[in-house]
Design a protein around this ligand. Structure first.
Ligand SMILES: Nc1ncnc2c1ncn2[C@@H]1O[C@H](COP(=O)(O)OP(=O)(O)OP(=O)(O)O)[C@@H](O)[C@H]1O
Ligand SMILES: [Mg+2]
Length: 585
């Protein structure tokens, strides 16, 4: 009996010894997977491979539990003879078990190892439609970390009752070890995912910063441009104002002298003087009109007229450099819907470039206007050296210039491009046009025709011999000119500024006031306000004279008074007509 007992316990001991050795080998094998903590599917693969190696399981898989829903998702599945299948995050396997579903679901829900010897007889096992292999016995071991089930290890065999108690203990042992490893790997995995999200967010932020930097650069550039134009505008307005007063006497005296007795030669010379003064007047008007920033409204504009106006600013330079002008302006050109001031800038930039390109050689500047159903097209070409391919790609970039320092800022075409694109149009270099450079500007048409702002009816001269006129102007030459033009027909008094005028109006009666807008001390506006309160009968008997009618504030003020105005430099006819019509109103 003793001997038998001794033999039984020895056999038992041998079995236990072999099992322990096997478990030690299994754990050693599992520990090799520690290096794969940063690779969750790789770690799972190591675990299922170890189970297949150390147990009779034909197939082994690991399902991880979704913390929110409690469902089990297949991460890795491997058969004894296959390479295994991996299902990474976002690449879900079709095998998902709802909470408590199937044998694995049962093991997870009860946190208990489940072993089934005959799957046909146990309701807890469900045959998945996706499973191709036959399964008759299974072990499902929950993976429990820090008191919570984080997954399940599933082992299966096609034969019934294939797993021994030792196999179950081995799988349970692996599940215990896997819990520690998987918990760590899940943390690493979560950190990795967070890093990817953070990186993405950071890239988005960097993208935002880059976009902000670009818009800051653009704003700075716009500021530079508007400052440049504003300063230029102020400068031009001042210069034009002074020049107006100088041109007025030339125009008026040349007209008056022509009416006096003079020989043919003298008359011809006087006509040249008059024509030059008229030309200068046109240039000054254009300068004043276009140098004013701030008037940005779109309106129907005849671009032929805009081109003509632009040319007045540059014709002198062209003539000086032996550049011929060839105009082919479509007489039926419909109006374009544009801010005219900006279109002048665009045309001026292109023409200036063309003139610069033909500076030393002379040549021909060709301007053509045409239209189609949607757009007005202006084509400006020169016979200069043209623009080489490698440069042509950069010419619309801000600050790109091939001109020597001090001769070009490189902003001309980039500003033009911005203006034209603001109009939903386009500007481009027509490279197929042949030698020289050809620029095309396209802007949308407008259906409404621009009203002619100058509505002069037939002029009727009336006599107002008895009329007393007070001329208020700080410029003595202008006072002389007015006296010479109107002197014989009217009784004229002069005031040298606004204060002088108030004294004279307070002491004598006048039928008409002619007031210069720009005066030191009390200016034209303040004088008019004083007149309105103290001598309202003169309110509609006031004529303003100014060269700066394109200044928005001045124009708005004069329009609000309903008074007439004379634009300096005026001609003798303008002056006489204005005085007469105001007196008869
Ligand atoms: N008609 C042309 N013929 C030859 N080159 C041209 C012509 N028009 C433009 N370019 C080239 O394009 C460049 C950029 O022109 P853009 O008008 O933008 O600046 P810029 O004329 O150099 O300087 P800015 O207009 O500010 O005085 C010029 O420097 C020149 O190299
Ligand atoms: Mg330029």
């Amino acid at each position: 009996m003793d001997i038998v007992d001794h033999r039984v316990s020895f056999g038992d001991f041998r079995l236990r010894y072999e099992e322990t050795i096997s478990q030690l080998c299994l754990i050693t094998r599992l520990n090799e997977s520690v290096a794969r903590l940063d690779d969750l599917p790789g770690l799972c693969f190591g675990i299922v491979s170890a189970i297949i190696e150390f147990t009779p399981a034909e197939n082994c898989s690991i399902m991880l539990r979704e913390p929110q829903t409690g469902s089990l998702n297949l991460v890795v599945a491997k058969g004894r003879s296959d390479e295994g299948s991996f299902f990474g995050a976002g690449e879900m396997s079709t095998t998902v078990l709802g909470r408590g579903e199937g044998a694995a679901g049962w093991a997870a829900q009860h946190a208990e190892l489940l072993s089934i010897d005959d799957c046909d007889l146990d309701d807890r096992f469900i045959h998945l439609s996706s499973a191709v292999k036959e399964v008759n016995s299974v072990i499902c071991a929950p993976i429990v970390a820090a008191g919570s089930v984080i997954g399940v290890i599933n082992c299966s065999h096609p034969r019934k009752s294939r797993f021994s108690e030792a196999d179950k203990r081995n799988v349970a042992l692996v599940a215990d070890h896997a819990a520690v490893l998987l918990q760590k790997a899940l943390v690493v995995d979560r950190i990795k995912n967070e890093c990817v999200t953070l990186k993405k967010r950071l890239e988005e932020q960097v993208g935002c910063i880059t976009a902000t930097e670009e818009s800051v650069t653009e704003l700075r550039e716009q500021l530079y441009i508007s400052e440049k134009f504003a300063t230029l505008g102020e400068l031009l307005a001042g210069v034009a104002h002074e020049l107006n007063n100088r041109v007025a006497p030339i125009l008026i005296y040349s007209q008056m002298l022509q009416q006096q007795m003079c020989d043919e030669k003298e008359e011809k010379r006087l006509r040249v003087i008059e024509e030059s003064a008229v030309g200068a007047k046109a240039i000054l008007e254009t300068l004043l009109h276009y140098s004013r920033p701030g008037e940005q409204e779109r309106e129907p504009v005849n671009l032929n007229q805009t081109l003509q106006n632009t040319l007045t600013l540059i014709e002198y330079k062209m003539r000086n450099q032996g550049i011929e002008l060839s105009l082919d302006l479509c007489p039926q050109l419909p109006p374009a819907n544009v801010t005219e001031q900006q279109m002048v800038q665009v045309f001026l930039n292109i023409i200036n470039n063309a003139v610069a390109a033909m500076e030393n050689t002379g040549g021909t500047l060709k301007i053509k206007s045409t239209f189609d159903r949607g757009n007005i097209k202006v084509i400006i070409s020169d016979t200069g050296p043209g623009i080489p391919g490698e440069i042509s790609e950069k010419i619309f970039e801000p600050f790109f210039t091939t001109k020597e320092s001090g001769k070009g800022t490189g902003l001309g075409l980039s500003i033009s491009k911005r203006f034209v694109e603001d109009h939903k149009g386009r500007i481009y270099l027509d490279t197929a046009a042949g030698s020289g450079a050809t620029f095309v500007v396209e802007v949308p048409r407008n259906g409404i025709r621009k009203e002619n702002s100058e509505k002069h009816g037939p002029f009727e001269m009336r006599s107002h011999d008895a009329a007393r006129i007070l001329v208020v102007d700080d410029d003595s030459t202008i006072r002389d000119v007015i006296r010479d033009v109107l002197g014989s027909g009217y009784e004229i008094e002069f005031a040298t500024d606004g204060h002088d005028a108030t004294t004279k109006i307070a002491t004598a009666l006048f039928d008409l006031l002619m007031v210069d807008y720009h005066m030191p001390g009390l200016d034209g506006r303040q004088l008019y306000e004083w007149v309105s309160s103290n001598h309202p009968s003169l309110r509609q008997r006031t004529i303003f004279s100014t060269g700066d009618i394109y200044h928005e504030e001045i124009r708005n003020f004069i329009e609000s008074t309903g008074c007439r105005f004379l634009i300096k430099p005026f001609s003798t006819a303008d002056l006489r007509q204005m005085v007469s019509s105001t007196l008869s109103a």
